[in-house]
Design a protein around this ligand. Sequence first.
Ligand SMILES: [Zn+2]
Ligand SMILES: [Zn+2]
Length: 392
Amino acid sequence: MSKRDFYEVLGVKRDADAGAIKSAYRKLAMQHHPDRNPGDAAAEASFKEVGEAYSILSDADKRAAYDRLGHAAFQNGGGNGQGPFGGGGFGGHGAADFADIFEQVFGDAFARGGGRRRAGPARGADLRYDLEITLEEAFTGKDTAIKVPTTVNCERCDATGAEPGTSVKTCETCQGAGQIRRTQGFFTMQQTCPTCGGRGQYVETPCQACDGVGRVRKTRELKVQIPAGVEDGMRIRLAGEGEAGGRGGPPGDLYIFISIRPHDIFERDGPNLYCRATVPMVAAALGGDIQAPTIEGGRAEMHIPSGSQTGRRMRLKGKGMSKLKAGGARGDMYVELFVETPRNLCDRQKELLKEFCELSGEGCNPDSDGFFRKVKRFWDDVRGDDEPRASA
Ligand SMILES: [Zn+2]
Ligand SMILES: [Zn+2]
């Protein structure tokens, strides 16, 4: 099926400004809204079409892409692939997305699904809780308990806000609808009822414990499972564990923000761990076994090949962090070697090293030999044919 041009769908010129696009969309969306055309499939298709056109043309970036590439800009991957804007693309636009756009433009006074929406009891606020853990805890995972200052439903009034023995009355201003109509000139406007704040009800005698709010402050203790492999900056959502809504409103969610304390020995990059091991010069020269620390608290044997240099990275497979949702699979550990030059030598040791030096022929120190050759060439070039410079 060939798609109509978005500008044509909205009936605007290609250079129309944002205001013109919005008002064209308003007009057409009202005209084709399913509530006004029950059972009319053509109207519903038009409603979706204008919604899609508006979702693209109202966004400066998407509009620019559309101007450049036309519909092709949003058709990569047929809806589940990555479009030019990453995650999801636009092919998969469902009716729900258009409902969101519709509400953004019109506010919720004219919501989908028929009747006027009552403000209803408010949802409780979402809460944030910051939790710092150690790298070891991130490795093993952790079950812990946290204390969260929050609000909970009032027990005295059973979250109604009404003092026990008294009742909740229907609001007389709006007859319980939560909305009132107000006429101004030619227009009739729908407005949230100022008497009851849109709830349609009011409390005659407020509950003494909660002052009629339906909820009270309390510190709750919650059990939290931190999964093994969790990373710094991740958040864990506990649905429904945020603040109580009060007077029948649904609770908010609790988000636990994880931060991981820096470790003395290990650095982490995703599933992998990095650490540095200092190796005596002789072991690095001759090769040998050393022990490296592991995140689970043990030691790992590691063989150092002879002739190892500072900066050499050894990989210990499967000794890294646990991976999230990987059923015990682990990343790797990388150990970077740091070769220590011996200090505080006794006379005998110095003698042996001098002897060692005299024995060192071509090829023992290929890097430094090469380096000095390069530097010598540089000095020769700098001096050129002039007289040798006086040394400073
Ligand atoms: Zn109460
Ligand atoms: Zn009212």
